[in-house]
Design a protein around this ligand. Structure first.
Ligand code: COA
Length: 328
């Protein structure tokens, strides 16, 4: 069994920050950021909650699909930047869009989140004959979890959302999901503090470097090394399962973290950059929203056409990685 992407929608907040805007916060330059990352600008959520951005993308995806939201049986939202510990963003959106017959949950797999969510959706559909449509949303506002005094990190990230309505089909499909938790301390943001009323002092070192709560820490060099290996590995593992190679794929849509990571992965896979969808220049790294935002943009531009084979490849905190190969 495979899946069909019935329709997609996306949402980018109005506010745009150029590289030069970061000169207000840190000692940097447009030239350094462009050369080292390929990023020129990124969208930043201002007043928009993360769930609201996801709602806007979801509404567009449902409209493009031409379905009744009541026919959606499951809403999965990928996010690491939720407005709430609970409830899930998926539950909020489920109500907001009138998907009154859907179950709903959030999924946390960082920048691999959309790949994880699509594969989870597929597995749900495979085991539930009554499940007609699954709505997968990736919505992120990394700008709220950034240390704006850390010049090697703050310039990388952007905000945005994208969503896809999926249905069962007999189209080609393969996937590979993986995690290397040994790298958990290389990319993280803390989300816990003990209430002083109940705190018991104890000398405990969890091995995670010091960083204030809700601020992203990353060991850029180590994450870079991981990413350039994980990308080709994830694709090959999914491709081998269905006996295909790079030449069978029309479009590669990798996580948009850094143009140098994408170029190195392309080289490692032995393919030209013309097969890669690149949006990192104007989106920055939008975590799990980056792959569906790039996919949606390429579909809307008419670059990706029905019947073409695409490979979605994610990597991120966890350290997670994975790939989904499907036919559009
Ligand atoms: N502007 C100007 N200079 C900067 C800078 C900035 N925004 N950020 C860092 N620098 C400086 C450093 O301080 C360092 O200066 P020094 O040599 O005087 O110490 C110099 O540039 C080189 O820094 P370095 O960290 O070696 O740069 P790099 O080429 O490794 O690039 C990253 C840094 C973060 C762009 C790169 O490591 C990267 O992309 N890593 C992966 C991050 C990622 O994708 N994370 C998300 C994964 S989902």
């Amino acid at each position: 069994m495979g899946i069909n992407i019935l329709g997609m929608g996306s949402y980018l907040p109005e506010q745009v920050l150029t590289n030069n805007d970061f000169k207000k916060f840190v000692d940097t330059s447009d030239e350094w950021i462009k050369t080292r990352t390929g990023i020129c600008s990124r969208h930043m959520a201002g007043w928009e909650p993360t769930w609201y951005m996801g709602r806007q993308a979801a509404l567009k995806a449902v409209e493009k699909s031409g379905i009744d939201p009541k026919e959606i049986g499951l809403v999965i939202t990928s996010t690491i930047t939720s407005d709430f510990l609970t409830p899930s963003i998926a539950s909020i959106i489920q109500h907001e869009i009138g998907a009154e017959n859907a179950a709903a949950f959030d999924l946390s797999a960082a920048c691999s989140g959309f790949v994880y969510a699509v594969d989870t959706a597929k597995r749900f559909m495979q085991t539930d004959d009554n499940l007609k449509y699954v709505l997968v949303i990736a919505t992120e506002a990394l700008s709220r979890f950034i240390d704006y005094s850390d010049r090697s990190t703050c310039i990388l990230f952007g905000d945005g959302s994208a969503a896809a309505v999926l249905e069962k089909s007999d189209k080609l499909y393969s996937s590979f999901l993986a995690s290397d938790g040994g790298g958990a301390r290389k990319l993280f943001a803390r989300n816990m503090q003990q209430a002083p009323e109940v705190r018991i002092e104890r000398d405990f070192d969890d091995g995670f470097p010091e960083k204030p709560m809700h601020q992203l820490f990353q060991d850029g060099k180590e994450v870079y090394k991981f990413a350039v290996k994980a990308l080709p590995k994830a694709f090959r593992a999914a491709a081998e399962k269905i006996n295909i190679t790079t030449s069978d794929i029309d479009w590669f849509i990798p996580h948009q973290a850094n143009i140098r990571i994408i170029e190195t992965a392309a080289k490692n896979l032995g393919i030209g950059m013309e097969k890669f969808v690149v949006t990192v220049d104007h989106h920055g790294n939008t975590s799990s929203a980056s792959i569906p935002l790039a996919l949606c943009e390429a579909i809307d531009k008419g670059d990706i056409k029905r019947g073409q084979k695409i490979a979605l490849i994610g990597f991120g905190a966890g350290l997670t990685y994975g790939s989904v190969i499907l036919e559009y």
